[in-house]
Design a protein around this ligand. Structure first.
Ligand code: ZN
Length: 142
């Protein structure tokens, strides 16, 4: 299948800081739901008290879930908001560094407990990003 792109308009921008102890994914999705954000680009800088993420096993078409209970710097976070089951859905990949600077990362899951999180959300307008199941990859894609 050829690459597909849609042109979108720049919408509202939101910047904020999440509360210590909150769930990174849940708080971003809650903000988007409360403000009617259906498509957006999301970046975060911060530190986590514990992390949960996943690796997608492409042959088996299933996520291998990974976690660490130790503190980590959130060294990279790229994500987007689209619609899934009628609600804003955050898809994000992140890298986390421990006290030795060793990095792990992957597909972000619920269960990342915030120590500090500075969030920027750039809404995209005039575009519809709706996730539906894709047979070839086993994933819910635009
Ligand atoms: Zn992913």
């Amino acid at each position: 299948m050829p690459a597909r792109f849609w042109e979108a308009e720049a919408g509202r921008a939101f910047v904020g800081r999440l509360e210590t102890g909150s769930d990174l994914v849940e708080e971003i999705e809650r903000h988007c739901a409360e403000h009617g954000i259906r498509a957006a680009q999301v970046t975060v800088v911060g530190a986590m008290r514990r992390v949960r993420y996943a690796y997608y096993r492409q042959e088996a078409k299933e996520y291998l879930e990974l976690a660490s209970e130790t503190h980590h710097e959130l060294t990279s976070f790229v994500g987007n908001i689209s619609e899934r089951d009628g609600r804003p859905f955050l898809h994000a990949h992140a890298s986390f560094a421990d006290a030795q600077g060793a990095t792990v990362g992957g597909h972000l899951l619920r269960g990342c407990e915030v120590f500090v999180a500075e969030v920027m959300i750039r809404e995209l307008g005039d575009v519809s990003l709706v996730r539906i199941h894709d047979e070839e990859t086993g994933l819910a894609l635009w």
